[in-house]
Design a protein around this ligand. Structure first.
Ligand SMILES: *Cc1c(COP(=O)(O)O)cnc(C)c1O
Length: 368
């Protein structure tokens, strides 16, 4: 076996590390923001039956246009969206990759605001798109003024906004998203690129009361894209199903780069069955939000500084040695995420028992 450096790897991939959230065998895994509640039996049964119905036909390629799935996703989202506005792929990560394949590439750039989702720079290098970091305020918030100024200054071809942001958990105001879109129009009017603006709403279902989804802004903004996923609130991370709502022309652009029949018949049958049980699937969301708010309150009592969370995870600071705390938690069977930001860790809100295990272990590690 040779090593990676000896291979004629593309320049943009040299020195990169693969995505690698640890997959360790621990009792309490709170490191990748999954919904830690198992799929409800009624949904699991419906999935089994739905997959059984297509199994005999797997000799044929699946519906390339996944029409039934797009109808069900449009119904779920509402906001006057039709199947023509919907697109899906194997996780919202694949949707993001297709967006970069269609609108990014060599000589083009994507602007995002770090710290943010660790996959954005990786997806950029995988498509040879230049990644530009606009940065955030010291408290990790992103203001409309700063975001718009970065767009006027860098004139990117794409903008990736995570709302709520990961790892920090806080949602953007619609004013910020409007300001970003307006700035791209200004740049385009001045002869620069007309940038695609992607709002990654992977955690939308966990939003705090009063947080509005960017779906309400799609009308009249043909370069605005909202991505969603079944990996988080829907408790279906294992399925690999992410989707997007946008102008139908954006879906046409992604048709140019997607692999033929990219969404398998098994995948479509699974998602279609699950979408017939949305209420059962989302039943755990309220419970998770209670645990999330409990984590925020308890960490404050511990003297730590948790960020406002519109998601199913909490980003918190105030740790002297974050990695030592991460290690101490792991020794007690609790895996959280060290996102590499000094003095901070990120924890997923799990079941009540898992949350108790985390808070108890943390109190021990901190000597509280
Ligand atoms: C988890 C997550 C996703 C979801 O990715 P999938 O490919 O749909 O599983 C997307 N964006 C962010 C910011 C995430 O944290």
């Amino acid at each position: 076996m040779t090593d990676l450096d000896a291979l004629p790897l593309r320049e943009s991939l040299k020195g990169q590390s693969p995505y690698g959230a640890p997959q360790l065998d621990v009792t309490v895994a709170l490191n990748t923001n999954e919904n830690t509640h198992p799929v409800p039996p009624i949904v699991a049964d419906a999935i089994v039956q739905s997959v059984a119905r297509v199994a005999g036909g797997l000799n044929r390629y699946p519906d390339r246009e996944f029409v039934e799935l797009r109808e069900r996703l449009a119904d779920y989202l509402g906001h006057g969206l039709t199947p023509e506005h919907l697109w899906a792929a194997n996780g919202s990560n694949e949707v993001l990759q297709q967006i970069l394949q269609a609108f990014g590439g060599p000589g083009r750039s994507v602007l995002s605001f770090l710290p943010s989702y660790s996959m954005y720079p990786l997806l950029a290098s995988g498509t040879d798109t230049e990644f530009i970091d606009g940065g955030r305020a010291a408290d990790y918030t992103l203001s409309a003024e700063h975001a718009a100024a970065c767009i006027r200054g860098h004139r990117p071809n794409l903008v990736f906004l995570a709302s709520p942001n990961n790892p920090t958990g806080t949602a953007l105001s619609l004013d910020t998203i409007r300001a970003v879109y307006d700035a791209t129009e200004e740049v385009a009017a001045a002869g620069g690129p007309a940038a695609m603006v992607v709002v990654d709403e992977a955690y939308a279902e966990f939003a705090l009361a009063g947080t509005e989804p960017a779906l309400t802004l799609l009308d009249g903004r043909p370069r605005l894209v909202v991505t969603r996923t079944m990996s988080k609130a829907f408790a279906l991370a294992g399925v690999r199903l992410g989707y997007m709502a946008a102008d139908p022309a954006v879906c046409d652009a992604l048709r140019l780069v997607r692999l033929p029949y990219h969404l398998s018949a098994v995948n479509q049958a699974t998602a279609n069955a699950a979408l017939q049980h949305v209420d059962a699937l989302l039943e755990t969301v309220e419970e998770i939000k209670v645990q999330r708010d409990r984590i925020v309150d308890t960490l404050r009592d511990y003297g730590l500084t948790p960020a406002v969370s519109d998601s199913n995870f909490v980003f918190f600071g105030g740790l002297e040695d974050a990695h030592a705390v991460w290690q101490g938690l792991l020794e007690r069977g609790v895996l959280v995420r060290d996102v590499g930001i000094p003095h901070h860790l990120r924890v997923t809100a799990g079941t009540e028992e898992e949350t108790t295990a985390f808070l108890t272990a943390l109190a021990e590690v901190l000597g509280r």
